[in-house]
Design a protein around this ligand. Structure first.
Ligand code: ATR
Length: 283
């Protein structure tokens, strides 16, 4: 399919981050625009933290149609939006903003994108016992999404226990139906889990695996939100132990698909977007 001409009517979308040069979102969304014949373009806009308020005013001033927001801005943008969807409010972070005539609506598609990415595992979180490794922004988003989806129990382990404890203390009152607890590594290993999710950066920027899957009583499924590399040491161990597992590519894809629909009102061309991501990841 030929790309529609960029002209005076082209709608501009972007990802705001710092750094953002290696983002795969432009590959994914430009492929989708092209597939659907939309007169739109998606670019990466490096935005230093001290400029984020100005960047959002610029969004309005220049009439950008929508943006994704990534590290380190996901929470920093909240005060500058006109409306925040309930899920983004609960997560306390926004990854997608829609601009309608200067009215900025922020939402969060990370958690729902993650939930959709579980489909290949045939796994639905309702009534399940799930362990999360890590207690940063990603863990927080997934905890909200999983509790919202009816998980029975969420067990959090983090290298720095205080962060896990703080997250549990903050989220437990919001989700009385889900048993939330922060545990030591010893307690983690003593448990049986339907799903173990890695949200730490171990396996990406730091070599190795955050935990030893063989040390657990039982692990039925594994999800790593890392997608670069595709096979982290944790996922390699899952494969050796024959535990069904996914990496973070599906989460990246589906958060993008849901952002696309939030902006355009159209179903996202999932296959085309997946292929664009895979092509972007090929060295
Ligand atoms: P994000 O917002 O993507 O979740 P983050 O807030 O920087 O990122 O969180 C990174 C996570 O990886 C944290 O849980 C961090 O643990 P600490 O809270 O103890 O820092 C975890 N992490 C980073 N390096 C780690 C390591 N070498 N071993 C174990 N956990 C690590």
């Amino acid at each position: 399919m030929t790309r529609p001409a960029i002209n005076g009517n082209t709608r501009v979308y972007a990802v705001l981050g710092h750094p953002v040069e290696h983002s795969l979102s432009p590959d994914m969304h430009n492929a989708a625009f092209q597939e659907l014949g939309l007169n739109a373009v998606y670019v990466a806009l490096p935005s230093p933290p001290e400029q984020i308020e100005a960047a959002l005013h610029g969004l309005r001033a220049l009439n950008l149609a929508g943006v994704n927001v990534t590290v380190p801005h996901k929470s920093a943008v909240l005060p500058f939006l006109d409306e925040i969807t309930p899920i983004a409010q609960k997560i306390g972070a926004v990854n997608t903003i829609r601009n309608r005539k200067g009215h900025l609506v922020g939402t969060n598609t990370d958690a729902s994108g993650f939930l959709r990415s579980l489909e290949p595992l045939n796994f639905a979180p309702a009534n399940q016992t799930i362990a999360l490794l890590g207690a940063g922004g990603s863990a927080r988003g997934l905890m909200v999404g999983l509790a919202d989806a009816g998980a029975a129990a969420l067990t959090i382990w983090n290298r720095t226990p205080e962060r896990a404890q703080a997250l549990v203390a903050e989220l437990a009152p919001l989700f009385p139906q889900t048993r939330l607890q922060a545990v030591s590594q010893e307690e983690l290993y003593a448990g049986r889990y339907d799903l173990v999710i890695n949200t730490t950066t171990v396996g990406m920027s730091i070599p190795g695996a955050p935990v030893d899957l063989a040390a657990f009583q039982e692990v039925r499924h594994v999800a790593d939100i890392i997608y670069r590399p595709a096979h982290t040491p944790l996922l390699q161990q899952a494969e050796q132990l024959r535990i069904p597992a996914i990496n973070g590519l599906g989460m990246l894809l589906h958060q993008g698909c849901e952002a696309f629909t939030f902006w355009t009102g159209q179903p996202a061309p999932v296959g085309v977007m997946r292929n664009a991501l895979l092509a972007g990841l090929t060295p």
